[in-house]
Every structure is written in structure tokens, then in C-alpha cells.
Design a binder for this molecule. Structure first.
Ligand code: ZN
Length: 90
């Protein structure tokens, strides 16, 4: 679910897509082409790299992957954080 207040620019949409792929990536269910694009995005995006690290750490703490419970909250937190990074940068 995407918050209504989000007004993402084109560049941000790529991050949005990457964020949505994180769980599939960690579960190993991404197709090879999607996985490659995801990793390529991570290589140039510290924000999504940080998000992936956060999700990974949470999964390690929980001992299992619970995308339905975990992802929406993590995603919202990430998006909030990311917006703050952006506004600080500008
Ligand atoms: Zn990104």
C-alpha cells in the first residue's frame, strides 16, 4: 500500500520498486533478471542498501521471514527516512 501523501519523482520510483523487491530478494524468489536489476540498483543506492540491511537484521532477529507482518511497517519507516534524507540533501 502506498501512502497517499507520497509524491515521488521519477528517480524515487526506482527506489520504491526496489523496496518492494527486498522481501522476494531475501526469499530467493526473484527471477534472475529482476535480481540483477535489484542488485544493480543497490550498488548505486545507499538508501536501499540500508533498507535491505534493516530488513535482513529484522529477519535474523525474528528467525524467519514474515513479509506480511514486517514489510509494510519497515517500508513505511524506510520511506519516511528516505524522504528526510532527500529533504536534507536539497
Ligand atoms: Zn534506492
Amino acid at each position: 500500500m502506498i501512502p497517499r501523501m507520497m509524491r515521488l519523482r521519477r528517480r524515487d520510483l526506482v527506489c520504491q520498486q526496489a523496496v518492494e523487491l527486498v522481501t522476494d530478494y531475501l526469499e530467493g524468489t526473484l527471477r534472475r533478471s529482476a535480481r540483477r536489476r535489484f542488485e544493480a540498483h543497490l550498488a548505486g543506492c545507499p538508501h536501499c542498501t540500508e533498507y535491505l540491511a534493516q530488513v535482513r537484521a529484522t529477519i535474523e532477529l525474528a528467525g524467519r521471514i514474515t513479509p506480511d507482518d514486517l514489510t509494510p511497517q519497515m517500508r513505511d519507516e524506510f520511506i519516511d527516512l528516505y524522504r528526510r534524507w532527500r529533504s536534507e540533501g536539497d
